[in-house]
Write a protein that binds this ligand. Structure first.
Ligand SMILES: [Zn+2]
Ligand SMILES: [Zn+2]
Length: 402
């Protein structure tokens, strides 16, 4: 998907007219199901320590995409470094270079960073939709490109042979993903800073979850242009630079090490949370199976239910100086389970529920509230409206192999 300058101007104008980011969205305490807001002294997640949260953007176009000529890799990486990103995937359209991203995006002398992990990726751009493979090392993208119009089974075989993580881009819209979701490890549920454009993708993800596919939700800015600065061409699509750029949204992964391999493994395993921008809080969801006060599961984890009640916990990390309350919606199996008000001074809540034995269940969380400002990309806060963060699910009885 490529949103041009006019699209951003239009959406910004509409948001200026219609969005009130100063107030959290409506909530209904009475609708809250079993459980209650927790206290600020919840115990630490002892059993899940040892990893680290890393943030990045998984979908960005550089000048190696012909519709992104205003965006050299050095500019993308510099912004990523400046705002504290840990990893980036520059994913240029492969059809703009006849599939040869290996000798364009990846061999560009600017494809380097002292602080960012740079994943190897490209946007598989086909008549049946777009997808990003992710790899910690160079892979043969040309094989995927050459098979783009073939059978799904052929593409799936190449994905497996190349050992890449395969991710569906913007599942809803003009370039919707039309391949089989059985070969997908993750999907771009949150594309660009324009949150309102993701409603259809969220429904498709929910359909996939309800069908038993524990596909990871991830974000991607799909940014096509640079940000204003020295060397930019005035007026050359630079409007998008201030509205949609690195980190809008930001995808957080809970990785076992600071390596590209660990970033991709976390993505595959669903240990992923999405925030509207690098300054917005991250939502974390945990489950305590035996209610002993120690969390046993986090987002992406799957287990068989025992028939006993499970204690869940939601943390908002990085609320900063926010003062307005957040509205946290817990979603179970696609339906609202509870809606809670969480204050920045006590950014946690807990609830209990008993996942049914012999059935699949999943729990996930959405957070709305006053938008965190992102001065480097100032209009993104308007475009993201009240949407702050999205968790991946905690799963019960899902058995799709990873
Ligand atoms: Zn695309
Ligand atoms: Zn794209």
């Amino acid at each position: 998907m490529s949103l041009n300058r006019c699209s951003y101007l239009l959406v910004i104008c509409l948001c200026l007219a219609a969005c009130d980011t100063s107030a959290p969205s409506a909530h209904n305490e009475a609708s809250a199901s079993p459980g209650s807001p927790g206290t600020p002294t919840l115990p630490p997640v002892a059993s899940l320590k040892g990893g680290l949260w890393m943030k990045g953007d998984l979908h960005i176009h550089s000048r190696h995409s012909t519709d992104s000529s205003n965006n050299p890799e050095s500019k993308i990486i510099a912004l990523g470094e400046r705002v504290g990103m840990d990893y980036l995937a520059i994913s240029d359209h492969d059809n703009h270079v006849n599939g040869d991203v290996a000798h364009n995006t990846w061999t560009d002398p600017e494809f380097r960073s002292n602080s960012l992990l740079l994943l190897y990726s490209a946007e598989l751009t086909t008549a049946r939709g777009h997808a990003n493979p992710f790899s910690a090392k160079p892979y043969n993208h040309q094989r995927l490109y050459d098979a783009r119009d073939g059978l799904d089974t052929t593409l799936a075989k190449i994905i497996k042979e190349e050992g890449v993580h395969f991710s569906a881009n913007h599942p809803n819209g003009a370039d919707h993903f039309g391949f089989s979701y059985d070969m997908v490890d993750s999907m771009e549920v949150w594309n660009s800073s324009i949150w309102s454009s993701n409603a259809g993708s969220l429904l498709i993800w929910q359909d996939m979850l309800n069908s038993g596919r524990n596909i990871t939700a991830r974000g991607g800015s799909d940014s096509h242009h640079g940000y204003p600065g020295v060397g930019d061409t005035p007026g050359q699509n630079s409007i998008q630079a201030g509205a949609n750029n690195v980190g809008t949204p930001t995808t957080w992964v809970y990785a076992t090490a600071r390596t590209s391999e660990a970033v991709i493994a976390a993505l595959t395993n669903g240990r992923v949370s999405i925030s509207s921008n690098p300054n917005a809080p991250r939502v974390e969801l945990y489950a305590d199976l035996d209610q002993d006060g120690t969390m046993d599961m986090m987002m992406g984890d799957n287990t068989a239910p025992t028939g006993s009640a499970v204690a869940f916990r939601v943390d908002l990390v990085g609320v900063g100086a926010a003062v307005a309350p957040y509205t946290v919606t817990v979603i179970k199996n696609g339906a609202t389970f509870g809606t809670y008000t969480v204050l920045p001074t006590s950014p946690s809540l807990s609830f209990t529920d008993t996942p049914a034995t012999g059935e699949r269940s999943y729990y996930r969380v959405q957070v709305e509230g006053q938008q965190a400002l992102y001065p480097e990309v100032p209009a993104s806060a308007l475009l993201s409206a009240n949407m702050i963060a999205l968790s991946n699910p905690v799963y019960f009885n899902f058995n799709r192999p990873r």
